[in-house]
Design a protein around this ligand. Structure first.
Ligand SMILES: *Cc1c(COP(=O)(O)O)cnc(C)c1O
Length: 419
């Protein structure tokens, strides 16, 4: 469902006018729809009904405590990539036993913390990490549940910066090294080898890369089976895309069904618990970034709308040349023109959208659409700009889920030199 719709000539988030939110909390401001998040989640969980599945939410897409909280209430699992994210899961009422720990560079301190918390599984990405995990688990008198992240060498057909399943990426263990890595893992005294995982990229808009990756993983599972190594789960990662513009990704249910059709055709497919780690597809279309036009400017024939949100607030356009829809919150009648929507940051890369046909005036409010994933989560304080406020709308109810940062807080940890 789309929670951001026009009513009486202005844009709403569920039953709340975005104008009212801008008046109350200021801009820039991230606005999320509770219903859009829970509906996305429930579409996954409904498609998995009757199966042994753990759908995890990949926190890095949007790690606000309120978002984690509402997914924890839906019995979500979680996919984390740092001790910081683990603490967020625990602080928001999530369960460590339903949390998998991904990432290529887990530090010893992070491994200790995750072992103490009792995470469901470590998704290990190298032989060196296996050795370190075993050693730390031994020192702590514990056993570490592990899955090896394999690199299926599948092209996700997405932007190179968010493609992770190719040999040239840093992620995962190459196909030809997988058997040896599992044999080593099984030989280490403090590890329990429980699964296999892969994650081939993000914003994937067709089924084929997912089924190709699953086939490669099943091939490895068969090879491990022949070598006497039995796994408990298969974790297929995340990466399902959303529609920013005119992309037509498969539906959440279509992806889940394609995976289970494949597994049902496999002789031992029913044995494995299946894990997923979705981020963008749960929160991406559930949020917008509200921003106000500060100035209109013309350099020759080129028109700019300079807005109060910048690349520090929403980095995706600067980082990947990502496309986000831009909607005037109260569209006006009049002559339109082509605008680049740019921020106040001192970088030419500081743009949010280019070449948009809009009718704009100073002071207008704009909603940058589909900003719920990798928006606030990737924001920074570049140019000493406080991070935006975050608000979650639930019907007519409004929850401030992160206050706008104060400027003082931005340098509160810094120290001048002694006299
Ligand atoms: C980023 C990431 C995800 C989530 O990716 P989305 O594209 O947001 O679904 C899942 N698993 C791992 C290991 C990741 O790094």
């Amino acid at each position: 469902m789309n929670a951001f719709l026009f009513r009486d000539g202005q844009l709403y988030a569920e039953d709340v006018a975005l104008e009212a939110l801008a008046a109350r909390f200021g801009t820039p401001c991230y606005v999320y729809s509770r219903r859009a998040i829970t509906d996305a989640w429930r579409e996954f969980s409904a498609a998995c009904a009757g199966r042994r599945v753990l759908v995890c939410y990949a926190l890095k897409a949007n790690s606000n405590l309120a978002v984690i909280d509402l997914l924890a209430r839906e019995q979500a699992g979680f996919d984390i990539v740092s001790a910081g994210e683990l603490r967020r899961v625990l602080a928001a009422g999530g369960s460590a036993a339903r949390t998998v720990f991904s990432g290529v560079g887990k530090s010893s301190a992070e491994i200790r913390e995750a072992l103490t918390a009792g995470v469901r599984c470590f998704n290990v990405e190298s032989q060196a990490e296996l050795e370190r995990l075993d050693q730390i688990a031994g020192e702590m008198g514990r056993r570490a549940p592990v899955s090896l992240r394999v690199n299926p060498d599948v092209d996700a057909g997405t932007h190179p910066y968010i493609s992770t399943g190719l040999r040239e990426n840093k992620f995962g263990i190459p196909h030809e090294d997988v058997l040896a890595a599992y044999q080593r893992a099984c030989a280490l005294p403090h590890l329990d080898v429980v699964g296999i995982d892969c994650h081939i990229g993000s914003q994937i808009t067709s089924l084929e890369p997912f089924t190709a990756a699953l086939d490669k993983v099943l091939e490895l599972v068969d090879r491990l089976h022949e070598a006497g190594i039995e796994l408990h789960h298969i974790d297929l990662g995340g990466g399902l895309g959303i529609s920013y513009d005119n992309e037509t990704p498969p539906s959440r249910a279509a992806l889940i069904n394609a995976v289970f059709n494949r597994l049902d055709a496999h002789p031992r497919g029913a044995r494995y618990e299946i894990l997923f780690e979705f981020g963008r597809s749960i929160v991406g279309n559930a949020g917008v970034l509200l921003t106000r036009v500060e100035y209109l400017k013309r350099n020759g024939e080129h028109r700019f709308a300079i807005v109060d949100a910048g690349m520090n607030d929403l980095m995706r356009p600067a980082l990947y040349e990502a496309w986000h829809g831009v909607q005037p919150v109260r569209p006006r009648e009049g002559e339109s023109a082509q605008f680049d929507i740019v921020g106040p940051v001192c970088e030419s890369g500081d743009w949010l959208a280019r070449g948009r046909q809009l009718c704009l005036a100073e002071g207008d409010l704009l909603a940058v659409m589909s900003a719920g994933a990798y928006g606030m989560a990737m924001s920074s304080n570049y140019n000493t700009r406080p991070r935006a406020a975050e608000v979650l709308v639930d019907g007519e109810r409004i929850h401030l889920i992160r206050e706008r940062e104060s400027i003082e807080s931005l340098f509160a940890l810094e120290h001048r030199l002694p006299d």
